[in-house]
Design a protein around this ligand. Structure first.
Ligand code: SIN
Length: 297
């Protein structure tokens, strides 16, 4: 039976209906889902009730799961599941990462040479207001770019640095282990990719990690990035998700960015996230390399 889906609010996001993600998927449904995700970078499934194991098993249908460098955010039960939360344990130690602050437009894992571009975020506990997450469609943004900007970004590589991302975090999230530092040197990724299935071109961006453009001086690189970010994040390219407990949102970081609005620090928010190595046959997966001193200049 074909999967039942519907567009959400005329946005680029699609809702999947009738799925029970806590049960193993049959092969036909799994194939249909892989195909669907290749065409629709943001998929929403509502009214789910998942254990961490079930969330991880469902996510693994799309590719191997990554254990991200922020090991302190990992669930103690299923380490492939990360806890995104402002909650603290009995010793006042955060149980996960990313607290309650605003998260600017970003693409998870852009600081890695071979980023795991898939993500699934499951809402367990939500604040009464705030904490809304939005996604921007970077294929539509590329299509809409004025020709002048298309020419300027074509063939260019940006430098993506986790040090910049850390500076935007709050409190203990700013501090990483020596091992995590070793694993996150600045990297280069092309700013434009073609999707392997649809052939559509998309921008690859992350305003929280890009520090410059290879081959451009700092001022010109930063001015071009500012112009691109201001165009690419226009409201017409954005889907804003009003979370309900039990929602699972899956997104492809190869052709989207997302941002989160802040929320009341005294309210509770608990989300569980997986990070998935999506296949290059079905998704844009940037093929990065380490940034040289020259690229950083
Ligand atoms: C994230 O950026 O992965 C987390 C988004 C959120 O907390 O809504």
């Amino acid at each position: 039976m074909p999967l039942e889906t519907r567009p959400i609010e005329n946005s680029f996001a699609r809702e999947l209906l009738g799925l029970r993600l806590w049960e193993p998927l049959d092969d036909v449904t799994a194939d249909q889902l892989r195909e669907l995700w290749a065409h629709h970078p943001v998929l929403v499934v509502r009214r789910q009730a998942l254990s961490e194991r079930e969330l991880a098993d469902f996510s693994a249908v799309f590719g191997p799961l990554e254990r991200v460098v922020r090991t302190e955010w990992a669930s103690a039960v299923v380490p492939e599941v990360g806890l995104i939360s402002n909650l603290k344990d009995g010793q006042a130690k955060p149980i996960g990462g990313l607290g309650d602050g605003e998260l600017q437009w970003h693409s998870d894992q852009s600081h890695m040479t071979n980023p795991a571009t898939g993500a699934a975020l499951y809402a367990v506990e939500l604040p009464p207001e705030g904490g809304t997450t939005s996604w921007v469609d970077l294929s539509a943004a590329y299509t809409g770019l004025p020709d002048r900007l298309k020419r300027l970004v074509e063939g260019k590589h940006a430098v993506f640095s986790y040090v910049k991302r850390l500076a935007g975090y709050q409190g203990v999230d700013r501090v990483i282990s020596a091992e995590a530092q070793r694993k996150t040197p600045p990297v280069l990724h092309p700013l434009v990719h073609a999707h392997p299935v649809t052939g559509r071109k998309a921008l690859y961006l992350d305003s929280t990690t890009t520090v410059g453009i290879e081959g451009m001086d700092a001022a010109s690189g930063s001015a071009l990035l500012d112009e691109i970010y201001s165009f690419a994040t226009r409201s017409e390219f954005v889907y804003r998700h009003d979370w309900q407990v039990g929602d699972v949102v899956m997104w492809d970081n190869g052709s989207t960015m997302h941002r989160r609005e802040p929320f009341d620090p005294t309210a509770r928010r608990l989300m569980k996230r997986t990070t998935i190595f999506l296949s290059r046959e079905r998704h844009i997966v940037p093929d990065g390399c380490l940034a040289t001193e020259q690229a950083m200049a």
